[in-house]
Design a protein. Sequence first.
Length: 118
Amino acid sequence: MNCIQRSLVTTLAAGAAVLAFAPAAFAVDADAAKALARQNNCLKCHAVDKDKDGPAYHKVAEKYKGKPDAEAKLIHHITSGEKAKFPDGHEEEHKIVKTSPPKDEAQIKNLVQWILSQ
């Protein structure tokens, strides 16, 4: 095996090792996300596959698909209380998602990743 072939094999092996561990680092805990959504009454206004007062989560996922700032925008939306527009035209402050312990970024990120995976 020449030097170039050895280098290529080493690079491919390193890449495979990274990929082997990547899914675990970014895996969504769907049960925890759904539990957090239920605790915060998110499902009162949203559903996975149908519109209610808020858009269906699969529509939210479609809207943000491929956008690099999707996660950041949704995290801001559910943690800032910014205005949400309703189908009848009125606006209300979006409920701020609460976690236990308070402001747990991992729980918020998991919820957002679950929404984006719908």
